[in-house]
Design a protein around this ligand. Sequence first.
Ligand code: ATP
Length: 899
Amino acid sequence: MNWQTLKLGEVLKILDVDFENGLSVNEVKKRQKKYGKNALKSSKKKSFFGKVLEQFSDFMVITLFIAAGISFAMSFVHKNNEYVDSIVILVIVIFNAIIGVTQETKAEKAIESLKKLTESSTKVLRNKREQYVLSQELVPGDILLLESGSLVPADARIIKAKNLKVEESVLTGESSSVDKNENSIFSDSTQISDMANMLFSTSFIVSGRTISVVVETGMNTQVGKIANLIDHGEAPATPLQTRLTKTGKTLSIVTLIICSIIFILGLIQGISFLDIFMISISLAVAAIPEGLPAVVTLALAVGVNRLAKKHAIVRKPPSVETLGCASVICSDKTGTLTQNKMSVVEIRDANSMLNINDILSTQIIFFSALCNNSKQTISSILGESTENSLLEAAIKLGKTKIELEKIMPRIKEIPFDTSRKIMTTIHKYNPDSNINNLNKYFLQDVIITKGAPDILINLCTSYKKNDKIFNLDNFIIKKIKNNCEEMASDGLRTLAIAYKKLDNINKNPEENLIFLGLIGISDPPRIEAKESVKRCLEAGIKPVMITGDHILTAKAIASKLGILQTKTMAITGLELNKINQNILEKKIFSYSVFARVTPAHKVRIIKAFQARGAVVAMTGDGVNDAPALKVADIGCAMGLSGTDVAKSASDIILTDDNFSTIVEAISQGRGIYKNIKKTVHFLLSTNVGEVVLVLLAFLMRLPSPLFAIQLLWINFVTDSFPALALAIDPIEKNIMKHAPINSKENLFSGNIGQKILIEGCFIGILATITFIIGRNLYDLDISEPIVGRTMAFVSLGLSQLTHAFNVQSEESIFKTGIFTNIKLILAIIMCMFLQIIVTIIPWLTDLFGTVQLSLNQWLIVIFMSILPIFISEIEKILFKNTKIKFKNRKLTKLQSNLN
Ligand code: ATP
């Protein structure tokens, strides 16, 4: 329907809604059934079996299946029992695929449940009540109450609008905002961008307010019509996943080359073609690290859930990776570093402090309660906390906002915004209201302006003292500024109030004002913020305060919290305007407080830090913060006070608006990165171990040390469970005692590559020695070394399990202990159990080609399996000294820059 062409009355009639009451609950239910969800349709997700099948599309797995099939057929031709081998191979591979898919599905579900937390909600009028509902529950006929910062959740026709400006760039490509109003009607052929009486889904309110009625939802909206199916199914690969896939490919090629060499060596040794083919292919399947990207998915999913429990909702999973690299946190002051519990504690006129019961004090407070957008209900005050504190002060003086507005109803408003830092309201005196004692404050129509004193003072030409008006000269201006600075130095947020008589509504209301006085509002720092600032500094992260408040207020709070230190400085937005970007980049690390800044300054600040190689986390809440949140490496929107626009531009939403949450999120980010690194370390070193064992044996012209089934068993069963447990290891306690992760560092830096090779070779060599010992000491037929194979099989399996403890921490396990991750312990016990039973239970020994070992043989195997721990301990001591020196140097350098 062309809703823009209809009269408002017709629209409401068609939609059968009364805009003063909204829809009833029953009606909403009926319409939800009829119209469905207000969401764009997404393509279907892959089913469980679809995903399992996908696991078998890997080239090597297919080859293995073909080889097993051939072996199966051959055993029928030769009428022997070897077909059992092929079946077991298939079972192991299928089992592994199912584990893989289960993990993947779990990770997906975890992410999916978080999506629910980030689903947007909208303020509506239903059943005569204002309430927030999930945007996807909206139906045609719902009455929307939108204001600056709200996202438009569906297509709607405007019923009422006040100073309404809307940004529709997603739909029209036009990034400047457009004016909207309820008045006009348009023809059928009007372009969307010109329909000033309509709001469209995906646009947002830049300023002003509106009451509108939903006319179309979901796929019927303009966006729905142009959108193709949106694929919510698969998240795009994160940078780490992409890097790992690349690394995996290189390693695959190396493995394939080695397997081909083994294949040729085996043929030369006269092993049957099919047997050596199966062994080579199994080795390839076992050693090719195809599961690496899945490990990242799991570690990220678990991390994202842990973060949600700690009040940080991750909107874009790759940002978890970036968190660990964060080296600068730019934080708002109000509410993030402070408690946002505001109360008026001081009032001054142009000269001096006033008594709260003074007539002028009372007038200042009453005027500030009128020039105010907080709403007072019977039980509470709803609104922005600066404004709430002013209403509370008025109540203490005996008057509510409702009473004040009865005598001085508002007729116009010029809203507050963070760039102007002032707001103005115009009030008409109502002589009929018979509210006691108020006439001495109000006798005429007035304009009231409140805002930042340094800005407001420039709009005043006179001031009030002892009920008289005087000219504002430089002497008094200086006095007011001094008063203001004194209050700000005590950490108070300062507001100035001015007014003038309204004589002509068309004249500029914000000029020639009469200065009334100053209000000092206290907002104590958050108790936990000081500790978090300390954690940052220890971790080589620079905390920075960015605020719209007065520089002295900012400095006072920043010093209390430890953000402003001897070596760092504070600067104002005005001063920033005077320095060019090159100079700002050079000096940026010397500033830790930016005061009286506008959102536009935020972008400059982030860019300057980034130009110096920093990875920047930035908080924001308003509409104008969206560009800064996008430019920052990690944009953190406020969950409580943030606008929809800020939230939708952010990477992370802080549900408690708290600075400490960002610091905690960074520590989690570091932990997640470490877990990924540990898991890759573990998986690759054990794979190297397997390759080294088989390769060495063939180079030494020994029989194959393992059967194909044994190789697959070790790789799929004993490797995979500890790897999964390592991916979700608890965060180490001292994680914030290190410098941030270098964003350019790869997973193999910090000697990990070397360690993987050394440890892998060592595990492989130990297993080869065990094989040789078993074969030479205990096997009767050394061409079919069944004891040697069993010993090599068990020792390789068990040494990989003990190796999981080695990679768990860079510290000695004698220092950290082995009980830090109960899941790892359980995984290891389970795998040990599985590894042991295949050598004990008779039918399993038949299947796996093993024998029961004697006590002596077990002792040898156990000794060989725990040796990797000692080697790793020696390696830790050797690597640690050089690494710690290097790390400490880096951290000390960072810390000395910050202090
Ligand atoms: P941040 O949250 O970024 O630390 P802020 O919220 O203190 O900063 P703004 O909201 O931009 O920053 O406020 C800047 C200044 O504007 C305040 O110091 C105060 O003087 C004035 N101000 C704040 N809120 C209002 C308001 N509702 N009406 C009038 N003036 C206001």
